[in-house]
Structure formats: structure tokens, C-alpha cells
Design a protein. Sequence first.
Length: 399
Amino acid sequence: MRISEIKTFCCDAGWRNYRFVKITTEDGIAGWSEFDEGFGSPGVTSVIEQLGRRLVGQDVRHHERFFAEASCLTRPAPGGVVGEGIGAIENALLDAKAKTLGIPCHELLGGKIRDRVKVYWSHAPTWRINHPTFFPPAITDLAGVQAVGAEVRERGFSACKTNLFLHDDGPLRAWRPGFAVPFYPELNVDPALIRSIRTHLEALRAGAGPDVELLIDLNFNAKPEGLLRIVRALEDLDLFWIEIDSFNPKALAYVRSHSRNPIASCETLIGLRQFLPFFQEQAMDVAIVDVPWNGAWQSMKIAALAEAHDVNVAPHNFYGHLSTMMNLHFAAAVPNLRIMEVDVDRLAWDRELFSHEPEFEAGHLVVPDRPGWGTEPIEEAILAHPPKVSGGLLQYKRS
């Protein structure tokens, strides 16, 4: 089962681009994975193409050998864009290996523990505020926030996650200074922001009702001093979790020690070595693992490390349908699962791009038993939707 070719594909995904790797064997089996360059990672495609040249002629089943060799070749610059490229290739190798064996990928990961995976509706109502052209109906005020909360409940989801928005002056607007929207590198938190966060969550709660659990993602949008102010201001809201991005495990652990709500973190980390100090410092209640970045095989190792520290994991998943399936196989096989992220609002042409869509059932995703990931991109459809010149975080201008 030797590899004959490795290719990358890119297509329009509304406010960003979707990106894929395809590994083809001499026997005509194709293994696919999805990766991303729009979440602060320009250059992953170049990494894949450089490392991929070494795969030609190798056995498609030997993904751990590839990981070990690629790690040696890139040892001076581990993680980051390099790590994401390695993870993308690993995931395509897993898909091809599973198809070669005629089994679903979760069998490679130890076999599924569950037939359905509980999910939360992510970016509700974020996408309809930030990208209404692609995800209607547009939300411009608190009434719209409340309405989407009701929709989450009515469609059978038991949890939903939102982001930071300002409500005090005119239409809702996103607050993302951690990503330079606006450009405000000091990342200070003021009373108006705290008031907007509470107002936003209260509107979402009013629509969702008492039984839908709420999550909020603070991302990199505040430093520990400001994070402390926010978590203290939200302590009476009984949130499912407060999500925080940080590269400082001790600082995050300090914030967690002052929060009455659970803290989730680590979605931007790559590899066991980056995760380890966060577990050692007991920095978070839930470890978020990005399976497209890390590779599903390596993600299982991270989950095992989490289990050794009595921590559950949750997949980071806000890409296309192939990414959802990749995360779903991981979530089906990992013992210490908390919940899985999924975007319910989809592009009008998403269903054209993939052979199978994720199947929802009462707030859960059904685990497929088709060979490989259970879906793959359709090349003709990808080519019919040419990519944007730039997308994701890189498309925004400084304000």
C-alpha cells in the first residue's frame, strides 16, 4: 500500500476557505483530511507539500513512523504551523489506512465507546452577528440573541456557546482584540464590556430556558487581571464552562482558582509537551483538543495524558464537515469525553462539498461506521467554488 501522490485543495467557505489534503495510494485508495490556515496559521499548505514529498513510495499504513520522522526533521521548530501540517498528513494517512482495511477510523483509535456523541451548538449567535451574509437570519440586537437561544432549545440541543459582543452603542458588534478586532493590544477589561457580557448571556438564557447549558468563549481577549474581573462577574450564572485561551499555565491556573464556573482551555496547543504543563498546574477543568491540528492518533495520546490527571477532553471543531467527522471518530473512541463542539449554522453550499453530512439526533451526532472518516470532499464541487485570496482572521483590517 505505497503512497503515489499527495495533493492539497482549497475552496471558498464564505468568510474563510476550506483546505484539504488528499493522499492517494498505488492501488487507488484516497485518504483525506481537513486542515486550516485561517485561524492564525498561514503557511500550513507549504509545510504539507514539503513534508509530503517524503511520503511518496512509503507505506500508507505507517502513520506513526511518519510522525516520528517528521518530528525529527522539524525538531528546531516544533508545534505551530509545522505541527499543524504534520497533523493534517497524519489524519489523511489514518483515513487511507482505515479504507485499506475496510473499517471506520474509530476502530483504529481503539474502537468506539459510544454510538452517539453529545454536542453543543457553537457560535450561537456569533455567526449570525459576524457573518449574516453567509449565515442568515442576521442578528443585530438582543431580541435576536434571545431568539437564537429559543431555536437552540427547540431544535433539541442541550448546550450552546457564544462569544463576546458589545451592546451599549448601536448594533451588536464583536469584541475580539486578541485577534486585532479592534486593534487594542493592551486587552484591558472595562465595566462596559462586563455589562455587555452579562446582558448578552442573560438574553441567551431568556430564550434558551433553564435547561440549556450556556458556554462562553473569552479566547485571547483579556489578560489575567481582566479575566479575573470577568469570571467574578459571571459567578452566579452557573455556566457549563468559561473558555479561555492562554499560553501561561500558571496564570490560567490562578484564574481557574478564582472561578466558580469550570474553565476550558488548550485548543491552540499542539503535542504532548505543550499540554503537559497545563495538566501539571491543574490549569483547566476541561482540555480542548484540536484534532485537525494534532492528528487523531496523537490526540488520543493527549487524551490519555488528560485522563492521568483526571481531566476530560472536548474536541475543538469549527471547520467543515470533514473536520466534524474527524473529531467525531475521536470523540467516539476517547474514554474521557466531556462534549463535542459543532457549528449548526452552515453555508448554503456545504452539502455540495462532501459525500456525507453529519447526522444529528436529539442534540447528538451519530457515529458513522462507513470506512475511513465516513465522508470525503467531492473534488468537482471544490473546484466549482474557487478560494478567496485570504480568509479567516487574516481578512480583517485593523480598526
